[in-house]
Design a protein around this ligand. Structure first.
Ligand code: PLP
Length: 395
């Protein structure tokens, strides 16, 4: 007998799993090259050469017992110091290694911070559309996730609704910019206003509200768009970073949390997060890859590859008659479904072997998400299929 909570969670996750299986079946029937799978956010651009060089150097030159051993639960001090120095250089912050906690990707980091902060019944706000796993991460600690409804004109956070939804039970807010699934980057104006609202509500209710910035897509930003560093705008910001997308290392499970000194009770949070990392069973972030990323903090995946995909897909889809906001970051496009029932639209797309994710998976029905971290050829070959699909809907 599995737990009641897991019955629900298993049910929810089976939809995406089913799509993955369907894609495999389709590929077996018509050939993988004729399946246009835009469903998964798995990077297709390889890790930069610096990663391989760093692995070789570490394996060949560093002490094996140190490289593969246990260390402090928050990670190697020299690695954390290197990350703090890199952030300070890039964003004019003043972090030290004490503010950095190495985590098992962004997912591990979010679980650590929610375990650290949440009491049962505490509310966490986020903005629809949002990465669906947030619901599970918050529920893991008996918190309650509440989504602010979207402003579909811009997909910037709906701040009027946000202000109305903050209550004395609000413990945290999760933002994700550049955003999965819209590709939108929150503007500085949005962030400044959000910070003002949070400060005013903290005062009104006499509470601390932590702004958790989930930013695995920070480095995937196009056309020189400015991606504000949120600790500079709001004192109670905690950053969750990941190398899954920025260095194309999703399977290695490596990221970090930044808990700034200016956050309320920061010392207590840092101490508790350290323990949470251990007792959640992570113990510490993967040791080899902590050392690898410390040598690759200035390395970059080939963002130009994603950018060409973005331009080509956006142009092709809009010329076919679909409407969507041009993404400024990440590797997703959020397209308006030509019919209200976007799940029916996703089903219709499958006739052309186009695999899309329904917006309801992100609590934003009526839209579909395309992940364009696929080969350029896949995009070029998919566009005539999108044309046919558009014609079917009279676009
Ligand atoms: N947050 C968002 C918005 C994501 O899109 C993802 C993965 O796709 C994650 C967190 C989890 O990333 P990680 O692989 O670093 O755990």
């Amino acid at each position: 007998m599995i737990s009641e909570k897991m019955i629900q969670m298993t049910k929810n996750s089976s939809a995406i799993r089913a799509m993955f299986e369907e894609g495999k079946q389709m590929a077996a029937q018509v050939g993988a090259e004729n399946v246009y799978d835009f469903s998964l956010g798995n990077p297709n651009v390889p890790a930069p050469a610096e990663v391989k060089a760093a692995i070789e150097e570490i394996i060949n030159e560093e002490d094996s017992l140190m490289v593969h051993g246990y260390m402090s639960n928050s990670g190697y001090e020299d690695v954390r110091a290197a990350i703090a120095a890199s952030l300070n250089k890039r964003f004019a912050t003043s972090f030290s290694e004490n503010n950095i906690l190495m985590t098992v990707g962004a997912a591990g980091g979010l679980n650590v911070i929610f375990k650290t902060l949440l009491n049962p019944g505490d509310e966490v706000l986020t903005f629809a559309p949002y990465f669906g796993e947030y619901r599970s991460y918050v529920s893991n600690y008996d918190g309650i996730l509440k989504a602010v409804e979207p402003d579909t004109a811009t997909f910037q956070p709906n701040l009027e609704k946000f202000a109305q939804m903050i209550t004395p039970k609000t413990k945290a807010v999760i933002v994700n910019t550049p955003n999965n699934p819209t590709g939108v980057v929150y503007s500085e104006e949005t962030i400044v206003r959000m910070a003002e609202i949070l400060c005013a509500k903290e005062k009104e209710f006499g509470i601390s509200i932590y702004l958790i910035s989930d930013e695995p897509y920070r480095e995937l930003a196009y056309d020189g768009v400015f991606v504000p560093y949120l600790t500079k705008y709001y004192h109670n910001t905690i950053v969750g970073y990941s190398f899954s997308k920025s260095l194309s290392l999703p399977g290695e499970r490596i990221g970090y949390l930044v808990i700034p000194d200016e956050a309320d009770e920061s010392g207590q949070i840092i101490g508790a997060a350290n323990v949470a990392n251990r007792i959640l069973g992570y113990v510490n972030a993967p040791s080899l890859f902590q050392r690898v990323i410390a040598k690759c903090l200035d390395a970059q995946v080939d963002v130009a590859y994603y950018n060409r995909n973005r331009e080509t897909l956006y142009r092709g889809l809009t010329e076919a008659g679909f409407s969507c906001i041009k993404p400024e970051g990440a590797f997703y496009l959020f397209v308006k479904s030509p019919v209200e029932d976007e799940k029916a639209f996703c089903e219709a797309a499958k006739k052309y072997h186009l695999l899309l994710v329904p917006g309801s998976s992100f609590e934003c029905p009526g839209y579909v998400r395309l992940a364009y971290c696929v080969s350029y050829e896949t995009i070029v070959n998919a566009l005539p299929k999108f044309d046919m699909l558009a014609k079917e809907y009279g676009l």
